[in-house]
Each structure stands twice: as C-alpha cells, then as structure tokens.
Design a protein around this ligand. Structure first.
Ligand SMILES: Nc1ncnc2c1ncn2[C@@H]1O[C@H](COP(=O)(O)OP(=O)(O)O)[C@@H](O)[C@H]1O
Ligand SMILES: [Mg+2]
Length: 238
C-alpha cells in the first residue's frame, strides 16, 4: 500500500540573511496507514516545525513531502489549501473552537468550508460527536464544556470530513490524566482505519504507550525510530 506520508531530505531555515538558523537538517521518513505514529523529543527540537511541513502549513526550505501520493511541496498555494481542507485533519493543544457556535456547529466547520450548509454539516457532526461519547453535549457552547470535552469536539472537527491524514500537536498537553487517556483512546481507534494515518507530536511520556511506532527527534534530526529498533533506551515503553 502507498505510504500516507513520505518525506525526503526536509530542511528548514528560519530568519533573514545574516541571522539564519537551521532547525531541520534533512529529514527522511515515511508514515504508514492504519497506525498511530508518535513524534517525540524535547521542547525546541523541531517537532511542530516538522508537523507543519508534513501537513502543508509551512513550506520547507529544502526537500519534498508526498501526502497520499501527492507532492504537496510542489503545489501552488490555492491547490494546497484545498488539499489540506479535504484530506488532512488538525488537532492542537489549544482547541480553537469558535465561542459563539455550538459543539456540533464547530465540529461541522470542515464540511462548511467544503461548501455544505451549517445545518447539514451540524447534523453530520452530531453523529460523529455521538461516536465520541459527546452526543449529550452537541448543542452546548464551548464555554459550557470541560477541557477534555472541548478537545473531543476538536477531534470531531478533525475527523468529520473523513480525512486520510490526521496530525495532532501536543493534543493532551492541557488535559488531566483521565481526559488525556480518553483523547488518546479515541485517536487510537481513529488510527485503526486502514485508509488513514494519525501522527501525534508529543513530549508527554504518559501517552507514549498508545503509539504503534515512535520516532524520536533531537536538535532537528531523527534520533531513533522504533520501526528499525533504533529508539533510545529511555523511550522504550513496556
Ligand atoms: N517562525 C519561526 N521563526 C524562527 N524560529 C522558529 C520559528 N518557528 C520555530 N522556530 C525555532 O525552531 C526551533 C524548533 O521549534 P519547534 O518546531 O516549535 O520545536 P518543538 O515543537 O519541538 O518544541 C526552535 O528553536 C524555535 O525557536
Ligand atoms: Mg511544538
């Protein structure tokens, strides 16, 4: 089967002439469908930068990225925006819910962006919220929900349009242990779909055991990978 993501020699430099800093030094890896892959490493090592590049949010200064067989690093901006909207779901530490919209309306946003009416979208989103144990909260506003519940609305929003790739940046960082487990249980279920890959960036070692594969980063490089048995000993989970 094709890889969900394939990256070749990704490099990223920030800054202008004179003060350029290189934060990614030639990163190659592939992500497989039907699995939850975790990208771990200390704060500042480049995880968010790499995730942003793999999901087409940030253009690298070198290298190529293919998502579902499409070279996103070669796409023009308008095409890339459409591709991201249709094929990729995003989950962040901040839930980024719109305060004036209900849970179902918030979760419907990718459908609305794709042209569906808010009413139809909210109907579809309600069914997704039900599968996440959030059926009773579908008509509530974000401020009426706990952090863990808001993150589940954000998950519903990330999966409502059935994207092939779901990227999550520190999805449990703001949550207590129990809410964090609920969120990871859901992401684990979502990742089992053979037509989908889930990539979770984290430095929360409470959740490493959810991963089917762990890729370790350090100083802008891949420092180990459980898939080829090169993960540093301190990251082994039992
Ligand atoms: N827009 C930016 N401009 C300049 N430097 C940046 C920018 N984004 C990230 N960096 C730098 O790149 C490095 C990696 O950051 P980041 O990818 O956010 O790391 P992580 O997510 O692992 O904490 C850090 O040194 C950070 O300061
Ligand atoms: Mg980060």
């Amino acid at each position: 089967m094709a890889h969900a993501v394939q990256s070749h020699g990704i490099e990223m430099e920030f800054g202008s002439n004179g003060t350029r800093t290189k934060v990614l030094h030639g990163i190659d890896f592939t992500l497989d469908m039907g699995r939850l892959t975790m990208l771990v490493g200390p704060s500042g090592c480049g995880k968010t930068t790499l995730l942003s590049i793999l999901s087409g949010t940030l253009r690298p200064t070198g290298g190529d990225v293919d998502v579902m067989g499409r070279r996103i690093t070669a796409m023009a901006d308008a095409e890339k925006v459409r591709f991201r909207r249709d094929r990729i779901g995003f989950i962040f530490q901040q839930y980024n819910l719109l305060p004036a919209l209900t849970a179902a309306e918030n979760a419907a946003m990718p459908l609305v962006a794709g042209g569906m009416s808010l009413g139809d979208g909210a109907g579809r989103a309600r069914a997704v919220l039900e599968t996440l144990g959030m059926g009773a909260h579908a008509d509530k506003l974000p401020r009426q929900l706990s952090g863990g519940q808001q993150q589940r609305v954000a998950i519903a929003r990330a999966i409502v349009h059935a994207p092939a790739l779901i990227v999550c940046d520190e999805p449990t960082a703001a949550l207590d242990a129990q809410s964090g487990r609920q969120v990871m249980d859901i992401l684990k279920q979502v990742s089992a779909d053979p037509g989908r890959a889930v990539l979770v960036v984290s430095h929360d070692n409470r959740i490493y055991h959810y991963a089917d594969r762990i890729i370790a980063m350090e100083d802008g490089r891949i420092a180990g990978d459980s898939a080829d048995d090169t993960l540093p000993e301190e990251l082994h989970v039992h």
